[in-house]
Design a protein around this ligand. Sequence first.
Ligand SMILES: Nc1ncnc2c1ncn2[C@@H]1O[C@H](COP(=O)(O)OP(=O)(O)OP(=O)(O)O)[C@@H](O)[C@H]1O
Length: 235
Amino acid sequence: MATPLVVSEVFKSFTMHLRDGIKLPVINDVNFSVAGGECVVLGGPSGIGKSSILKMLYGNYAVDAGQILVNHQDRIVDIARADPRTIIDVRRHTMGYVSQFLRTVPRVPAVDVVAEPLFARGVDAAEAREKASDLLAKLNLPRELWSLPPATFSGGEQQRVNIARGFITSHRILLLDEPTASLDAVNRRVVVEMIAAKKSDGVALLGIFHDEEVREAVADRILDVLEFSPRKAAA
Ligand SMILES: Nc1ncnc2c1ncn2[C@@H]1O[C@H](COP(=O)(O)OP(=O)(O)OP(=O)(O)O)[C@@H](O)[C@H]1O
């Protein structure tokens, strides 16, 4: 089977249109791949470009040059050049993303927020809700919250809903942007176990973890993003 994710010669800069079009180079010549069953962690100092890399991979940020090759339903898709419809299809079937914050939808109960990626894939609603409930129980979200919209939940409760939503599918690639930032020690351990289970299932994981204990527990490899920094080249 082809490698799930291959990033090759990627460059990214931000153009500040309100500041005379000043160009801020962020990363140069990014090269790495993530194999199935592997968890690669993006490391390096604050502001070096870790989140920007994840956002490019997920198709949220444009890429100046290079390729982001994703093995999607037995063909290779280059996210750097894919049209929006293809990117939506890749997100639905192949590549998941757990951001640090939940984007809450008014009036939708937590259990349906979690089950939604399965609804989108045509899974039976009762089956999807059962799987969502299992994940919310595993993440110790109080049962009385499951039927409520998450808008008023605490930061850690919202983050657990977000993690459950990101982990509910069997996507072959999972991008994790600080998924444990607002969690207590017990729930951090649950997430570490959930990541280990994804690895055993052959999922390719790429994440940012500022918590050193979590990073050490999940990382097969730490990629120092400083290596790709234009600041390094200028030093
Ligand atoms: N949308 C944007 N527009 C302009 N500049 C941006 C944008 N997003 C990020 N940047 C800049 O790109 C650089 C890298 O930011 P990024 O968030 O990727 O870093 P990071 O390594 O994830 O940082 P941290 O560990 O603090 O979260 C920063 O200098 C940031 O200001």
